[in-house]
Design a protein around this ligand. Structure first.
Ligand SMILES: O=C(O)CCC(=O)C(=O)O
Ligand SMILES: [Fe+2]
Length: 278
């Protein structure tokens, strides 16, 4: 996995186009707008942008399904991240119109061990949505003084390691697990395996809080296996750097961090893939 670079000129062109089109949050919530914005960006910005998108696509298509893009000006990071996201797929926000203040770009502050979101443990994003997002993308606004990388771990690596440790993943692929859907997103339960041909879906606290205790042993065994594993990629971002990973193929976690003042701040957007015909 090689880090990619975005040049100051390319950043300035993208941010300039964004400003001239007066792109705003409301517009971006429309898939049609995102599609026409994408066409406009590809047409107006030209080869350097197309080349960056091709390189990102290539990194995301093979293990560890993770790419870091360095070199954006931190003041432009929100525009560059949103533009990249709209070109890779479609930014998605199922909370729109339901939860005030939930926007396409979320501010992710460092979360401590007291947080119910156990983001320092391996997980996939949005396991409590009807259908989780396909990619997650981050831009760093402020780094922690020490540590604060985001780590990713591929399902392929977990499967290999499970064989070595003699742990069977069969139930994770064959059983349907009860995924509680967030109440504001409609509530109820979606039954789906942890490992399917479409995606890996894993958030231990959702399954361990389920009343259906027959799943607890397999979830605990899987958690123990992955907790003993090292990341496939450790991405330490500096301000302006961006990270994108395939949420269907990797788990991720917030790595060790020393940040007593809570300085670290990431912007995150969630993206769904376009269908292959688009
Ligand atoms: O802080 C990070 O590095 C990742 C955060 C995360 O995974 C989350 O908020 O879901
Ligand atoms: Fe996450």
């Amino acid at each position: 996995m090689a880090d990619l670079k975005i040049s100051p000129d390319l950043c300035a062109s993208v941010a300039g186009l964004w400003d001239s089109l007066q792109v705003n949050e409301d517009d971006l919530h429309s898939d049609n707008f995102q599609d026409s914005f994408r066409s406009e960006v590809i047409e107006c910005i030209g080869d350097a942008w197309a080349e960056l998108l091709r390189a990102i696509g290539a990194e995301l298509a093979s293990a560890p399904y993770t790419v870091v893009i360095r070199g954006a000006e931190v003041d432009m990071a929100d525009k560059i991240l949103s533009t990249l996201a709209a070109c890779i797929g479609r930014m998605t926000n199922p909370y729109r119109g339901i939860v005030p203040g939930m926007s396409l770009l979320q501010e992710i502050f460092a979360k401590g061990p007291a947080s119910p979101d156990r983001v320092w443990l391996w997980h996939t994003d949005s396991a409590n949505w009807q259908r989780p997002n396909d990619y997650s993308a981050f831009a760093c606004v402020r780094a922690a003084p020490v540590g604060g990388a985001t780590e990713t771990l591929c399902l392929d690596t977990v499967s290999r390691s499970a064989r070595v440790a003699n742990v069977s993943l069969a139930r994770l692929a064959n059983d349907s697990f009860p995924w509680p859907v967030e109440r504001v997103l409609g509530g109820g339960v979606v039954y789906e395996p942890v490992i399917s041909s479409e995606r890996l879906r894993f958030r231990r606290e959702l399954l361990l809080s389920s009343a259906e205790s027959s799943y607890w042993d397999v979830v605990s065994e899987f958690s123990e296996l992955i907790d003993g594993m090292s990341p496939d990629a450790t991405s330490l971002l500096k301000p302006g750097d961006m990270l994108i990973f395939d949420n269907r193929k990797v788990m991720h976690r917030s790595g060790p961090v020393t940040d007593p003042q809570g300085n670290r701040l990431l912007l995150r957007t969630k993206i769904n893939a376009r269908s292959v015909t688009q």
